[in-house]
Design a protein. Structure first.
Length: 348
C-alpha cells in the first residue's frame, strides 16, 4: 500500500498529510486541533492495569470528548469531498427519521427460545445480514455513564463488497464502507421492528455514529469472530470485509459462545496489515488496555491518516482472511496446526 506514493500530498501538508514511500506525516491542522494535555491512547486506557469501562473519544456527539475538534475536521472534510458517491449527511437524516413500530400486544405464551432464536436468525439473513448471533448483554460493553436495560444483544455481521474495499484507502472503498454501514443500520432497524411485531421490545444500531454498546467485544462473545492484530474483527468466512450492527432486546433467545478458529493465533506471526499501515499504527504484540491484554491499534498514529483518507480501511482490505476464497483454507491450516500441537512432536 505504501508504494502508492504521495496521494495525500496536497495543500502543502496544511489540511492533508504528506504520505510518501518514506512514511506519513500528519497535516498541520491535525497537530493544531488535537488535545494538548491528553493523548487518545491515554483516553482509551493503554497500559492501564485496572479494568474500567471505556470513555468516548471519537465519533461521538458529546461536546466534552477529547478529540471533538479532530472529529469535526473529519466530518467537515467528508462533507467537502465532492468525488464521493455517498451522501453522509443524507444517510444521517435518513437514520434519524426512522421510527420503531409499537410493540405488539403481549404474547399469550413465551415461545420456545431455541425456535425463536432460529426464526430471528433466518429473518436477519433475509434482511441482508450474513450472520446473526445472540449473547447476554454485559454492562462492561457500554461507555461510562450509560446503562442498557435489555437482557440480550443480537450481533449482526453485514458483508462488504471486497472488490470495492480492496481500493482502500481511496474514495471507492470509503463509499463502500458507508454503504455497508447504511445496510447494517437498516438490517438492525428492520430486525428490531420484526421482534417488536412478535411482542418484545427491541431497538438496534448499525451506523458509524457511536452507540452506547461496544460492538467488537459483544461480537466476540457471541461468536461472530476473533479480534485481529488490526483491531478489527475477523470472521471465519468474511475475514474483515464486513461491518457490525446490533439489536438490544428482551425476547427469549439462546446464548451463543465465542468461536475460536485460529484467526487470532494467525495474527501472531502475520505482519501484512502492520507492514501496509502508512502511519505504522498497528502494534505487533498485544497490549494491556484497561486491565485486559489484547491487540490494540495506536489511536494517535491512526487517526490523522484515518481523517485524511475519509476512513482508510487499508488494514482490513489487506488482511489475508478478507480475500474471497481464502478463509476456508486458512481455517483448515490453523486447525491442522492446533491438532499437531495437541498430538505432540512427531505425531502431527
Amino acid at each position: 500500500m505504501k508504494a502508492r506514493g504521495n496521494k495525500l500530498d496536497r495543500g502543502f501538508g496544511l489540511f492533508f498529510g504528506v504520505w510518501t514511500d518514506q512514511g506519513y506525516r500528519p497535516p498541520l491542522i491535525h497537530r493544531l486541533l488535537k488535545p494538548k494535555k491528553i493523548t487518545g491512547n491515554q483516553v482509551n486506557g493503554l497500559k492501564e492495569k485496572q479494568f474500567r469501562r471505556p470513555v468516548r473519544v471519537y465519533h461521538a456527539p458529546d461536546r466534552k470528548i477529547a478529540y471533538r475538534a479532530v472529529n469535526l475536521s473529519f466530518i467537515l472534510k467528508g462533507l467537502l469531498r465532492l468525488q464521493g458517491q455517498v451522501s453522509i449527511g443524507g444517510l444521517v437524516r435518513k437514520w434519524q427519521s426512522l421510527k420503531l413500530d409499537d410493540v405488539a400486544g403481549e404474547a399469550s405464551a413465551t415461545p420456545d427460545a431455541e425456535a425463536f432464536t432460529q426464526r430471528m436468525k433466518d429473518k436477519a439473513i433475509e434482511l441482508g445480514a450474513y450472520e446473526a448471533r445472540a449473547t447476554l448483554m454485559r454492562q462492561e460493553w457500554t461507555y461510562q455513564g450509560t446503562v442498557t436495560k435489555e437482557k440480550w444483544v443480537i450481533m449482526l455481521a453485514v458483508p462488504m463488497d471486497y472488490q470495492e474495499l480492496s481500493k482502500a484507502p481511496f474514495q471507492d472503498a470509503a463509499d463502500e464502507v458507508i454503504r455497508t454501514y447504511d445496510k447494517a443500520h437498516m438490517v438492525a432497524h428492520h430486525l428490531s421492528n420484526w421482534i417488536r411485531g412478535e411482542g418484545w421490545p427491541a431497538h438496534g444500531h448499525g451506523s458509524f455514529q457511536i452507540s452506547d454498546v461496544l460492538m467488537i467485544p459483544a461480537a466476540i462473545a457471541a461468536g461472530i469472530g476473533e479480534l485481529g492484530k488490526h483491531g478489527s474483527l475477523i470472521h471465519r468466512k468474511l475475514g474483515s470485509s464486513f461491518r457490525l450492527a446490533f439489536v438490544l432486546t428482551d425476547a427469549p433467545l439462546i446464548s451463543e459462545k465465542p468461536h475460536e478458529f485460529g484467526a487470532e493465533e494467525f495474527c501472531r506471526s502475520c505482519q501484512i496489515c502492520a507492514n501496509a499501515c502508512p502511519p505504522n499504527a498497528i502494534i505487533h504484540q498485544k497490549q494491556l488496555v484497561r486491565g485486559m491484554e489484547k491487540y490494540y491499534v495506536d489511536f494517535d498514529k491512526c487517526v490523522p491518516f484515518f481523517n485524511d483518507t475519509g476512513g482508510c480501511a487499508i488494514c482490513i482490505a489487506v488482511c489475508p482472511w478478507s480475500r474471497p476464497g481464502v478463509a476456508d483454507n486458512l481455517v483448515l491450516k490453523m486447525a491442522r496446526k492446533r491438532d499437531a500441537r495437541i498430538a505432540g512432536p512427531g505425531k502431527g
